[in-house]
Design a protein around this ligand. Structure first.
Ligand code: F6R
Length: 246
């Protein structure tokens, strides 16, 4: 794993956008898995601008959804579907045939997980997986305690995720389960980026990068990834030991 620390959220977002752009430049058929959430929103806006200016063609790339709240419809603005359409697919002009997102309203969620695993397998695996980190250290909806051996799976969301997740919804929403790619997908991706911004993430970043590499801290899995990059702004890196920053 490599660690890259940037002055502020804007610089971090620019570099994250550059990484996504580079993936598509290197491989016009890149398979990209890009998280929802507040952290990457600015990166996606910059990405859309840069792709337009540099005329980078994303039309043959595939976009894999990282996760979704179970039982929340794609029309709900708190859903990952809605977020990705609003912040990424719309601005980038991505065609629906390029999008592969979880149907969290599916009757059989186990089959839905198998379907997503098959999509990823058939496409030859994920080239770039860009994830955020939850206040409890989750990656996607891989909550603390979830093992490294899972591909797509359904999880019981922990209390932190259920309460922090309210920020995405207009009104108080019952969040019970999530459907998510697994840490096995994360570790098998050709490149993984863990993005964190802001001082409220500083404690969890310290635990992920300096604490034990353990299931209790899913974000620590980035340290197992041979091509993993932790990209932080100074605020998120604020509690790291000087030696970690070297
Ligand atoms: C979203 C996702 C979540 C978020 C994480 C951080 O698709 O998978 O794991 O990345 O909860 O969320 P923000 O960026 O809102 O702090």
């Amino acid at each position: 794993m490599t660690l890259r620390i940037f002055a502020d959220h804007e610089t971090l977002s620019l570099q994250a956008a550059n990484e996504i752009l580079a993936a598509a430049k290197t491989n016009p058929r890149a398979v990209l898995c890009l998280a929802a959430g507040d952290t990457p929103t600015r990166a996606y806006a910059l990405l859309a601008e840069m792709a337009r200016k540099e005329r980078i063609d994303f039309s043959r790339c595939s976009f894999i959804g990282l996760d979704e709240w179970v039982g929340i419809s794609p029309q709900n603005e708190g859903s990952c579907h809605f977020y990705l359409h609003e912040n990424l697919f719309g601005p980038m002009g991505i065609h629906s045939s390029q999008m592969h997102l979880f149907d969290s309203l599916a009757k059989d969620l186990g089959k839905e997980c198998e379907r997503m695993d098959a999509v990823i397998r058939e496409k030859g695996g994920i080239d770039l997986m860009l994830v955020g980190v939850g206040m409890n250290g989750h990656i996607g909806f891989n909550e603390p305690g979830v093992g490294l051996h899972h591909y797509a799976h359904v999880v019981d969301l922990d209390s932190t995720t259920r309460s922090v997740g309210q920020k995405y919804f207009r009104q108080s929403t019952k969040l019970g389960k999530g459907i998510t790619l697994g840490l096995k997908h994360f570790l098998e991706s050709r490149k993984a980026i863990l993005l964190a911004s802001g001082s409220r993430k500083a404690e969890v970043i310290r635990a992920a990068l300096e604490g034990p590499i353990a299931e209790e801290m899913p974000a620590s899995a980035i340290r197992r990834h041979p091509y993993g990059i932790a990209m932080l702004d100074e605020a998120a890196a604020g509690l790291l030991h000087p030696a970690t920053r070297l």
